[in-house]
Ligand binder design. Structure first.
Ligand code: ADP
Length: 765
């Protein structure tokens, strides 16, 4: 073998180790990749300088290269040990002291070489051996060199043992991988062995660097063939360590082999206290998990849902779900089981949220709905108390409508926007968490005395972008504060609740309107029914009136016809008598028709036609002056009793004279001759109102109680009327009463049979 081949091999070897080093360096997460890369870089350096040692001609130059080689050599044992430690599964950080010891060993070795000229304890003597085909250094080594060699081989051996240990523990695919990595420990030994025994192609050629390059290549093979430096196992370790699910690995006898931090936290045990124990014993601390573990082998059947029915999610009874998966080896034999404990509290809460919201849509009565809302929100969020506020339309205030399990009943409390959690939530229309309420600057004054809760959370009831109310939940001091998930849950709850509340409100208003409408309709119906009855009465009255008129008209007309015939056929001397009767009957007919016309005119009027200031005393006086003869003619006495300072009235004087005439005519005709007729005016107060009255009193026959009820009726003629032989129409008093009414007054009668009658006409003063 010539020098060229040696140099070529050395360069090839250094290139290989450099390549392996770079590949390893770029996989920082693979176990031991960094120390392995450093090992390879050190070997590269060593090999290159070793090649230089061969190439350079002089002894001094060769020695210079040989010394520089140690910059790489001293790194080899430490890097190898660290690599093998990682490979064997020691994933923790290397203790500082240990790392410092390794670095110190390297520095000491370098110092020993650098200072050799003084102590000569490393190289005792160096010569150039020119007996060989290529001159090479012939070195007599000192004790420090052997110490370094011993140290190096000790660490290489320790590393090899670690790999051996790993190989024994490995199983399946990993076993092959471990075997190759273990194999990679041997080439340096073989290289050194050959060098030391001299069984080699060239004298002085140290094969250790080739061996180390071979170590690198074998590990590369393990890398590509078995992916030992790959991410997967590391990533898997990291994922399992940091998983939110608890993982427990069981051996075939169901004893715990391993448990990740989540599982240990759930069961409150230390790693030492869990490994090797029976799983049932470990799970005893959590009966819910134990029960599920025992049932896990029985596959669950999905709940049957009737077609067409609404399927509500089944609310899980547990907060954690347990799953068991068998671990099979390549021959499908069960080598153990993995128990996964999955936190399902979020799923549980969402299921119960959904069920709650569904139940709410069935409650339409507003006040019980609001109560239900607060109760459900409090339970859903594991809160100790809760309350609900609704915004008062038009004002920036809210009022508490429901107070649930609070120490003090806040129902009716009014808060301005911005005060307390409810006020803040209403003002911003955003949810809010206050986990230290007693120390919160915006706390409500009314709640300040309430120390039963520590954390409070509120979410707005939003309707068309506006906060219509706020739902609050509180937790006591011994409970945990609210989390983001809590606020999300409450927000979803509140957004759905807002819709349900609005629906209930709408229904409430609609029902209110409906009952109001019903009330109005029934009132109107009653009014219409009454009007109808009145109309029927009026109709009957009208029919009676028409038949009365016909009757009243027929009598004088029949008389007129009779006397006209008598006039034609009767005796001539009777003619003046017939003519007198004809005059009387036609006069009666005329009076009757005039009275009827008058009445119908009065019926149609709501107020007197010619209103003017009238003095009743004056009217009476002028009537008496004009008609005194009529009274005297019938042989009556008469008196006037007129109130001095009588207030004037606003009235139709013509109508007042008509009343006076009617009343006095009746008194004159129905009172037997010699009677006393009085005309009295008065100022009176009745029903707290001032009145002016005109009374016509006689001491005639009087009117019986039965007749008094009918005397103002149309066409009514009483006993006195009939007895008087005077042709009357029975319309006089009816006309007087109409006149009184259109003046805002009335006509009253006091009478007793045998003592006379007093008709009083009342006018507002
Ligand atoms: P008329 O006088 O045409 O009958 P009125 O309406 O004026 O019609 O009177 C109705 C009836 O009232 C009379 O028929 C009579 O029986 C009774 N009456 C009216 N005034 C008196 C009176 N001063 N004394 C007794 N009866 C009276």
């Amino acid at each position: 073998m010539n020098l060229g081949s040696v140099i070529f091999l050395l360069i090839l070897s250094s290139a290989l180790s450099l390549f392996v080093g770079v590949v390893a360096w770029r996989r920082p997460l693979a176990p031991g990749s960094r120390p392995f890369a450093i090992l390879m870089f050190a070997v590269t350096w060593w090999t290159i300088l070793y090649a230089l040692e061969w190439l350079l001609p002089g002894m001094e130059q060769k020695l210079w290269a040989a010394r520089l080689e140690y910059l790489g050599i001293v790194l080899v044992p430490g890097a190898w040990l660290l690599f093998t430690l990682r490979q064997a599964g020691f994933n923790r950080r290397v203790p500082n002291l240990f790392a410092a010891a390794l670095v110190l060993a390297a520095i000491l070795s370098l110092l020993a070489i650098a200072t050799n000229d003084w102590h000569r304890l490393f190289y005792i003597q160096v010569q150039l051996d020119t007996n060989t085909p290529y001159p090479m250094l012939d070195i007599e080594y000192g004790p420090l060199f052997y110490a370094l060699i011993a140290y190096t081989y000790l660490l290489l051996l320790a590393g090899a043992l670690l790999l051996g240990w790993r190989f024994i523990r490995a199983s399946g695919d990993h076993r092959w991988q471990a075997a190759v990595v273990l194999l990679s420990a041997f080439p340096p030994w073989i290289g050194s062995f050959l060098y030391l025994t001299g069984v080699q192609p060239l004298p002085h050629l140290d094969l250790t660097t080739f061996g180390l390059a071979l170590t690198g290549i074998l590990n590369m093979a393990a890398l590509f063939r078995f992916r030992f430096l790959d991410l997967v196992p590391v990533a898997r370790d990291m994922v399992i360590e940091n998983l939110a699910d608890g993982i427990i690995v069981l051996d075939p006898l169901d004893r715990v082999v391993d448990a990740n931090p989540t599982a240990r936290r759930l069961l409150s045990v230390t790693p030492a206290a869990i490994v090797g124990r029976a799983v049932t014993e470990v799970l005893a601390a959590r009966p819910d998990l134990l029960q599920q573990y025992q049932q896990a082998s029985v596959p669950a059947r999905p709940d049957a849902v009737a077609p067409g029915s609404v399927s509500l999610p089944v609310i899980p009874t547990f907060t954690h779900e347990v799953r068991l998966t068998p671990l099979l080896n390549m021959r499908q034999q069960i080598r153990g089981r993995v128990l996964v404990i999955h936190d399902i509290s979020e799923r549980r809460r969402l299921a119960s949220l959904y069920t709650t919201l569904f139940a709410m849509t069935r409650t339409t009565d507003l006040s019980s709905l609001l109560k239900l809302l607060v109760e459900q929100a409090t339970n859903l969020l594991d809160a100790s108390s809760g309350d609900l506020y609704l915004c008062q339309p038009g004002s920036r205030q809210l009022q508490c409508l429901v107070s649930y399990r609070t120490e003090q009943d806040f129902t009716g409390l009014v808060l301005p926007f911005g005060e307390g959690v409810a006020g803040m939530v209403a003002a911003t229309a955003k949810p809010l968490i206050v986990n230290d309420y007693p120390a919160w600057e915006h706390r409500a004054a009314a709640y300040a005395s309430e120390h039963s809760f520590r954390a409070a959370m509120g979410a707005p009831l939003l309707w068309q972008g506006q906060a219509t109310g706020v739902i609050n939940v509180m937790r006591s001091a011994d409970q945990a504060g609210f989390t983001d998930f809590d606020v999300q849950t409450l927000t979803i709850f509140a957004s759905q609740a807002a819709v349900v509340v609005e629906n209930a409100r709408l229904l409430d208003t609609t029902q209110h309107y409906a009952s109001e409408l019903e009330q109005r309709v029934s009132e109107r119906t009653a009014a219409l029914r009454a009007a109808n009855i009145k109309l029927q009465e009026l109709d009957t009255m009208k029919n009676e009136f028409v038949s009365n008129i016909s009757h009243e008209l027929r009598t004088p007309l029949a008389n007129i016809k009779l006397y006209l015939r008598l006039l034609e056929t009767g005796r001539a001397e009777k003619q003046p008598q017939y003519l007198a009767t004809l005059h009387k009957e036609s006069a009666l007919l005329q009076t009757l028709i005039e009275d009827l016309l008058d009445l119908s005119r009065l019926d149609m009027k709501k107020a007197p036609a010619n209103l003017a200031t009238a003095d009743l005393n004056e009217l009476v006086q002028s009537w008496v002056n004009h008609r005194a003869g009529l009274i005297a003619e019938r042989g009556h006495r008469w008196e006037t009793d007129l109130q001095p300072d009588l207030p004037t009235v606003n009235a139709d004087a013509h109508r007042l004279i008509q009343v006076l005439t009617n009343l006095l005519t009746n008194a004159i005709y129905y009172t037997p001759p010699g009677g006393l007729i009085q005309i009295i005016t008065r100022r009176q107060v009745d029903d707290d109102k001032p009145w002016v009255t005109l009374s016509v009193r006689d001491n005639g026959p009087g009117i019986s109680a039965e007749e008094q009820a009918a005397v103002f009726g149309r066409f009514f003629r009483g006993a006195a009327g009939r007895a008087s032989q005077r042709p009357g129409t029975g319309l006089g008093l009816a006309i007087c009463q109409e006149i009184a009414q259109i003046h805002g007054g009335r006509l009253t009668l006091e009478s007793s049979v045998g003592h006379g009658s007093t008709f009083t006409f009342w006018l507002p003063a």
